[in-house]
Design a protein around this ligand. Sequence first.
Ligand code: PLP
Length: 373
Amino acid sequence: MSAGGDGLTALRERFPVLRRLAYLNAGTNGPVPAAATTAAREELEAEETRGRGGMPHFEHQRELRAALRQAYAARLGAASEDVALTTSTTDGVGRVLSALELGPDDEVVTSAEEHPGVYGPLSALRARGIEIRTVPFGAIADAVGPRTKLVVCSHVSWISGALAPAALRDLDVPVLLDGAQGVGAVAIDVAALGADAYAGSGQKWLCGPDGLGMLYVSPALRERMTPQTPGYVNLEDAAAGLDSVPAADARAYDTLALPSASLAHALASLETLGEPGWEAVHAHAHGLAQTAAEALAERGRRVLERDNTTLVAWFEDDPPATVERLAEAGVIVRPLPGGELVRASFGGWSSDDDLDRLLTALPYRPGGPTRPG
Ligand SMILES: Cc1ncc(COP(=O)(O)O)c(C=O)c1O
């Protein structure tokens, strides 16, 4: 462990999987701390013995939801009332796109480097006649035209680890950021980013369970949106029958049912990650990722140009075979779609030893580049 000292060493020890594996794939799913398993188990046991009917159950769920909303909001630099609880980044993206009620005269600008979690909801819009214009990731802020109603792109590219252009903050049209590789991986202030909406995942850099995520929506954007599938958790007054209206705050975009065990897992993971301090977590992960990029280049690998984030992607002749060989050596990374790239993810829990294991399992390639980029 090179930076951050004792706090980060203690953090690493909280993740049982790291005793066995150089787990470098939080960009897919973060490692699970033991405290999260305990918290989830306690919730399930309480439901088994206490039962799930009546006010104590629902009051407890309300408390868990409120605590998680607050914890997610802190990661986004947002107010709690502007953050909805969702099941995933994709869920959040879909909620914004449907609530904007775009029509055939409207255009959405996106980048050529997006995840299916963005392209899926956008393809549904395109099928309804809305134009979707695709431009290079780095050029997205310059691509807005007179018909553009929304810009949608990643905060951090899941391919390269590059950051979205800072010029997004100067746009007059709403910006929806896909924060799957952002939240928990880099420090975020949604207002400073110029994000009117920011959708994130709980299961990646926040080490939460599958099936939890968050969606920030600014008060100004909410005024232009109409929730399409409100349920009782989304209403201002759930007892108002057919006169009920969506909540004025971001609860209007909450996913209806979220299990207590999942909420407790997510909260315990956030608490664990916060123990050394988020600044230390980010600085350590970014430093290790940069060291990895340089070391891979020294081993003759072409590394994609990246920013100060947690992802490193490089070219291999046969990515699936490389990933399999690394897995046999106890190093977990992933191939990216397209058949050329392998991606490693570094967290605050990662160590110099993890990186050594990755490098040791990759033979030198003579004649390749010696610097990243
Ligand atoms: C950039 C990006 N967007 C969206 C997703 C999908 O995330 P979720 O499963 O939370 O919808 C991923 C997951 O890998 C991703 O990397």
